[in-house]
Design a protein around this ligand. Structure first.
Ligand SMILES: NC(=O)c1ccc[n+]([C@@H]2O[C@H](COP(=O)([O-])OP(=O)(O)OC[C@H]3O[C@@H](n4cnc5c(N)ncnc54)[C@H](O)[C@@H]3O)[C@@H](O)[C@H]2O)c1
Ligand SMILES: [Zn+2]
Length: 673
């Protein structure tokens, strides 16, 4: 291939991956591989300037803003950063800076947060709008979505017009939690926090965004109309004082060696942070010096992003083990000869599922390349086939559950092999916790630790045993005592009269949550009828698909599951729909005091009151410390002021409706913090 063709091919490939990454939030290659394509292109363009194309991605920022959003022209262009990969690159950067500016040079070193870049505009102390970076000049209007991000203040104590830039991200902890929920719902897992954050923020429906625990770190004051700052670090402190969540742990350094030392520290210690960083950003601190240096078409000359080195290593698969997850999914895991990756010792890698192992042709004793790139869990990237010795052993997923020995199944359209035995000990604990939870049988006094004790003491083996517990059995348990034991027995007794949907939800049938449980209960009215329902009957239900229908049928085919249900019935647990009961509205505002003020955009006062009361809340008239939250509309007067003074949470109509649709009080409480 000649040079020009090579350049064309690289540009074509990079454009393809840009589209996948920026517009679809579904990258196909790792950032490391992408950066290598980019590096190769830059090298060729530098060597052969005559072949450099004006439309080269090396001249451009990000991707095109999508039509599905309104567009916003940025007041200050949102640029990218040039990259450094070694301390030599940083020394070179330092030299360029010193050649261009006079006087002492200070650098600020910050985390390079791996999320989605946004610009947020305030005027008169109020959030005005927010946008994605887009192509750097024009971004997507995601104001409504950004307003659901709790760490973005809607009000600030400064009336300047100001624009801040930051990175919206999802913490590692929340990322893990969401993927667990995805697993539970049988949905696809997110590859890394960045994709999840970007995908969540670029939803057309802000309600979907609101469901995701997004956060922001602000890292730059892009514009302010009536203040002057001397340095970047000064402006960061100013933003911090206004209540912005400013990127933490940044450091002002006096020399490039100090910068390098700081970067080395975080290269080793970044796994201790609860958010992903893919590098460190080095910025000239003095704002006058910045102005002297200026910008290229794509990035400021006064800053550079140091990218952490590739985290790929060669190692050996010593064994492949299988584990039964909380929902019965049987996952194969490779046990590795330990290697150091991204500052941690790695001795395991997920092999995902059967197909993954087949596709990559992975065998026990294989030498493999493992990678930890953006993805939290290390992955086996490929087998080094040249290093096979003949000692490799084929691996197949077991056809019996390694814990309970019941046959495993692979449901249609799913990659995972599962144990669907409701009495499998690996799943029982989790199943019981779900059974007693507020949205299921709502049994008080059965926390996780008590459940573990009951299981360990062999007082219960499955959910039905709960209803055969004697007071004498539990009274002597650790931390129990007479009173708690009585309460527990009473709340178990009370739960026998629950409406049918609670029981159905409590059974923990895959894909069947509160909503589907209510549909089943309302349509069939009787658990026996649901047990005997056929797949076509179920598919016909509103909002039911084949996967859900199939899952219900499979569940009630299981002999074990039927015997658990029989035991529940014999204990007197209600299995019929209770007509006229609370119509399935969950008391998400139970015990809350809610104050209404101002004119709401669409709801009448009485409608709002009705929504509050039907969900167990109390609509009160004056704001005090004990007010749970204030629902404020237009022209909300003194009550709003009072709420702000007392630090009582204020929500608008959209947020209120969102809260009222949540499926538990707990979720509402979480939203309100
Ligand atoms: N895997 C793929 O297919 C694929 C495709 C396209 C891009 N990418 C990735 O995206 C990168 C290019 O994207 P880019 O143009 O956004 O550049 P970048 O991610 O390398 O750096 C610029 C971005 O860093 C962010 N940032 C985080 N913390 C910051 C801080 N403290 N200060 C300043 N900025 C901070 C900003 O949002 C800014 O937009 C590539 O290097 C690659 O890693 C991957
Ligand atoms: Zn099992």
């Amino acid at each position: 291939m000649n040079t020009k063709d090579k350049i064309d091919k690289l540009i074509e490939d990079i454009n393809y991956h840009n589209e996948k990454y920026y517009n679809q939030d579904l990258p196909e290659i790792s950032d490391f591989d992408y950066d290598n394509l980019m590096k190769e292109l830059i090298k060729l363009e530098e060597k052969y300037p005559e072949f450099k194309r004006v439309d080269s991605p090396t001249n451009r920022v990000g991707g095109k803003p999508l039509d599905k959003f309104d567009q916003i022209v940025h007041k200050i262009p949102m640029l990218s950063l040039s990259n450094a990969y070694s301390s030599q690159d940083l020394q070179d950067f330092d030299k360029r800076v010193r050649d261009m500016v006079s006087g002492k040079v200070e650098y600020v070193v910050e985390f390079k947060i791996d999320g989605l870049s946004v610009g947020v505009t305030y005027s008169n102390g109020t959030f005005e709008k927010g946008a994605t970076r887009g192509d750097g000049v024009v971004g997507e209007d995601i104001s409504k979505n950004l307003m659901t991000v709790k760490s973005i203040p809607l009000k600030i104590q400064d009336n300047s017009e100001l624009v801040v830039r930051g990175e919206v991200y999802i913490s590692k902890g929340n990322f893990k939690k969401i993927n667990e929920q995805q697993e539970e719902a049988g949905a696809q897992l997110f590859a890394n926090p960045r994709n999840l954050a970007a995908g969540s923020l670029r939803q057309l429906d802000p309600k979907l965004t609101a469901k995701r625990p997004l956060d922001i770190f602000v890292f730059n004051l892009e514009h302010i109309d009536n203040k002057e700052f001397k340095s970047h670090s000064e402006s960061l402190e100013f933003l911090k004082n206004l209540g912005f969540s400013v990127s933490p742990n940044y450091k002002v350094c006096n020399s490039i060696d100090q910068v390098i030392g700081f970067i080395e520290y975080w290269t080793e210690n970044r796994d201790k942070l609860d958010f992903e960083i893919d590098g460190m950003v080095i910025k000239v601190n003095n704002l006058d010096q910045r102005e002297d240096m200026g910008y290229t078409a794509k990035s400021p000359r006064w800053a550079i992003a140091y990218k952490f080195p590739a985290e790929k290593k060669k190692t050996k698969i010593l064994d492949i083990i299988v584990e039964v997850g909380r929902t019965g999914t049987i996952t194969p895991t490779a046990i590795l000869e330990p290697v150091r990756l991204a500052g941690t010792s790695v001795s395991r890698a997920t092999l995902h599922n059967e197909d993954y192992i087949k596709e990559k042709d992975i065998k026990i004793n294989d030498t493999v390349i493992v990678q930890k790139a953006g993805d939290i869990i290390p992955q086996v990237l490929e087998v080094v086939k040249e290093e096979r010795t003949g000692e490799e052993i084929d691996f197949n997923l077991p056809d019996k559950c390694p814990v309970c020995s019941e046959p495993t199944v692979r449901l249609e359209g799913e990659a995972a092999v599962k144990c669907i035995n409701i009495s499998c000990p690996a799943q029982i604990r989790r199943g019981i916790i779900h059974f007693v939870s507020r949205d299921a049988m709502n049994i008080d006094g059965l926390g996780e630790s008590i459940i573990t004790l009951l299981l360990n003491e062999k007082i219960i083996k499955d959910i039905s045993d709960l209803y055969y517990i004697n007071k004498d059995d539990v009274i002597n348990l650790e931390r129990m005592g007479e009173k708690s034991a009585t309460n527990l027995i009473n709340s178990l007794e009370k739960s026998k009269d629950n409406d049918l949907w609670r029981l159905i939800n409590g059974l923990g049938i895959k894909f069947i949550g509160v909503k589907a449980a209510k549909i089943l209960a309302n349509s069939f009215k009787d658990l026996d009828k649901i047990i005997n329902a056929t797949e076509p009957e179920l598919v016909n239900l509103e909002e039911f698909g084949e996967t859900m229908a199939n899952s219900v049928v499979e569940f009630f085919k299981e002999e074990k599951n039927l015997s658990v249900i029989e035991k529940l019935k014999n204990a007197g647990v209600n299995t019929k729909s209770i007509e006229n009961e609370d119509s399935g509205i969950v008391k998400v505002f139970e015990g809350m005091k809610i104050v209404l003020t101002g004119t709401l955009p669409t709801l009448k006062r009485n409608d709002a009151k009705e929504i509050i009361e039907s969900r167990g809340g109390k609509s009160t008239s004056s704001v005090s410390k004990s007010t749970t939250f204030v629902l404020a509309g237009e022209e909300a007067g003194s009550k709003l002021t009072k709420a702000n003074e007392l630090g009582v949470k204020v929500v608008d109509e959209d947020e209120f409706l969102e809260l009222s649709k949540l499926s538990s009080k707990e979720e509402v409480e979480n939203k309100l913090v």
